[in-house]
Design a protein. Structure first.
Length: 194
């Protein structure tokens, strides 16, 4: 007997203001304004990614995936990098979702580029054969989709070892995640300056 409930979404606004000189618009090639616009949109995309992954959900930011996870679902990785430990740690993430009865409709990993390179270059020591390279070339990790972004930090120190070189790996069923949008991106230009 499925039930429904009321969910209240809190409105957040992402604004970018980019000053451009009139000289740039007058004397540059016709595509100068498009270059600035595209660069601005990309910067907003990066900030939005960051917000939906790691922001804490204060008054001005949404709560990212990292902070929706309760502490019982955070898995500490083995400190020794090996093929077996890597398989075991990734398997623990998958097991946490399965144990929570997550339907696994659209599961995917989110990793830092450094972690992506590590996994792509991880070799079986006995044979020298890459462990994940072929699968990752198809956009999969342990059978699930993955994406890498620089918005996953690589300078954490959760173990207290004194080194700020730890990272995080996220696994979520994105069929269970909702982002409410009030409108699409709006780009406006103004000749007024202050």
């Amino acid at each position: 007997e499925p039930t429904t409930g009321q969910l209240t979404l809190t409105f957040k606004k992402l604004i970018t203001l980019v000053p451009m000189s009139n000289d740039l618009l007058r004397y540059a090639s016709p595509g100068a304004d498009a270059i600035v616009r595209d660069d601005t949109v990309n910067a907003m995309r990066v900030r939005e990614d960051s917000a939906f992954i790691r922001d804490t959900g204060t008054d001005s930011t949404p709560k990212g995936l990292r902070y929706w996870v309760n502490s019982g679902h955070v898995v500490a990785a083995n400190g020794t990098a090996s093929v077996q430990n890597t398989f075991t740690d990734l398997g623990k993430l998958i097991q946490k979702l399965l144990d929570a009865n997550i339907p696994m409709i659209a599961p995917a990993f989110i990793i830092a580029p450094r972690v992506e390179i590590f996994l792509k270059t991880l070799l079986y020591s006995a044979t020298g054969v890459p462990v994940f390279r072929d699968e990752m070339a198809m956009g999969r990790l342990m059978g699930y989709a993955y994406a890498s972004t620089t918005n996953v930090p690589t300078n954490l120190n959760t173990s207290g070892a004194g080194t700020n070189d730890e990272s995080e790996i996220y696994l979520a069923d994105f069929a269970q995640a909702v982002i409410g949008e009030s409108m699409n991106l709006f780009v406006d230009a103004s000749q007024d300056a202050a």
